[in-house]
Design a protein around this ligand. Sequence first.
Ligand code: ZN
Length: 479
Amino acid sequence: MWKKIGVFLLGILVILLSICGVRYFLSKSIQPNVATQADIPVRDSALSIFQKGIQYQTISYDTLPPDSIAFTQFQQFLAEKFPLVFQHLEKETFEKYTLLLKWKGTLANDSPIVLMAHQDVVPVDPLSLSHWKSEPFGGKIIGDTLYGRGSVDDKFCLFAILEATEMLLQQGFQPKRNIFLVFGHNEEKLGSGVATLVDSLQKRNIHPKWVLDEGGEFTETVPGLKGRKVALIGTSEKGYLSVQLKVDMEGGHSSMPAQQTAIDVLIAAIQNIRTHPFPAGFNSSMIGFMDYLGPEMSATNKFFVTNRWLFNSLLLKIYRKSAPGNSLIRTSIAPTIIQSGTKENVIPNIATATVNLRIAPGTTIQQALQHLQKSANDSRVSITPIGIGKEASNITDTRSEGFTHLTMCIQENYDSVLVSPYLMIGATDGRKFETICKNVVRFSPVTDLKGMHGINERVGIDEFKKGIGLYYRILKEAQ
Ligand SMILES: [Zn+2]
C-alpha cells in the first residue's frame, strides 16, 4: 500500500518537474532586443543650464501657496535658455504656473503625445543641511556628479525634455504627431495644476495617444540579474489614503486607571490592523515584470519565475520578506502619527492615530476602509478618511504604443539594458491623464533615484546627457 502511494507521489513529482522543465526551456525572451545606437551629442550649455535651473527654489510646501517670484523667475529662465521652444511651441498656463507647450505636428487633427515633468521640488529639512555635501539649491558639481534638490526629482526630466526639444528645433525637425510638453507646478503637494489642464483638454475633446511621465528608473539590483541594468517602467500606480483612528472614552486620574484606557484601545486597534495585512498577490504589472525578466535571469531564479503557476506562493513569500517587496504585492498599512494626552498624571479621554495606506491596483478605497474596520475589530474605534484619497491607477497594456516606443528608445540609447513593466509605489501627475488617455507610462532615465526627497539628491553628469538623448529619440521617432 505505502509503496503504491510512494510510486504515485513520485510519479506526480516527475510530471510536475517535467512541466517545469519544459516551461523553463521554452520560455523565450520578450525583450524588444533593439540594437544600441551611437550617443546623441548634446549642446555644450546643457549641463550649466541644468545647474542654474536647480538654483530656483520652486518648492512645494504642503500648507503654503507657491512662491510666485521663484516660479515666475524660473519660467523666465526657461524661456531665455530654450528660445526656440518658447518661440515655436504654443504656450498655455493653468493655475498660473502649470505649463502646456504645444508643438504642432505635420499630421492634422491627431491625438497628441504627451511628455511630462514637474517644476516643483520638495523642501529641504533645515536640520539635515549639515549632511549635504554641497548647498541643496547650489546645483554644484563634485567630481562626475551634480548635487541639488530636483537634480533627480524632477528637474532632471524637465531639463532633459526641453534640451531635446530645443536641439530638434535647431535642426529644423517637425514632429508628425502633435507633441504636448506638460510641466506641472504642484505635483509634490498632490496639487491640481495638471488635473485642471487635463479637464481643459477633455473639454476640447483632446485624447492623447500616450503619456510619458516621471516614474520608474534604472536599477541593477533585480534578483537573478545581478549587475544587469534594468529599466523599470511604471505601468500602474498604487492609490493613496490616510485615515484617522479615534477613541473617545472616559479618562480620569492616573492613580486609578480603568482596565482599558483610550490609549490602550487605540494601541490594540493599531496592532490588530497591522497583524491583519491586506491579501497579497501579483497585479498585472508585476506579472509583466516576471514575464519580461524571468527568461533573462540566472538558472535558479529563471526556473521559479518561469513556473509561477506552481511557485506563486513561494514567490509571494520571498516578496513578503522585505519592506519594498511587500509593498509591491499588497495594500500597505503604515501608522504615521499618534496623539493623546496632555499631562503626565491625567488619563486622556481621546486618543487618535493617523494611518497611511498605499492601495494596490485591484482594491478600492471603499474595500480598504471595510478591511480596516473589520481588522480593528472594536466598535469603540472610529475610522474615517482624511481628505479624499486616490484610487489605484489603471494598468497600461505593454502592447500599447507608449510602452513599446519607450522600450525601443531605451534600448537604442542604452547599451545592454533590459526593460520591464513595473508597479509604481509612489504617485505621479501622469495618473491625472487617465480620464482622457489609457496609455500612461512612467519612467525617469536615472539609476536608483539617489537622495530623492532626502539628503544629497544627486545625479551623474553622464546620466543627464544620456537622458537628453533618450528624450531626443522618443520625440524624433514617435509615429
Ligand atoms: Zn517627482
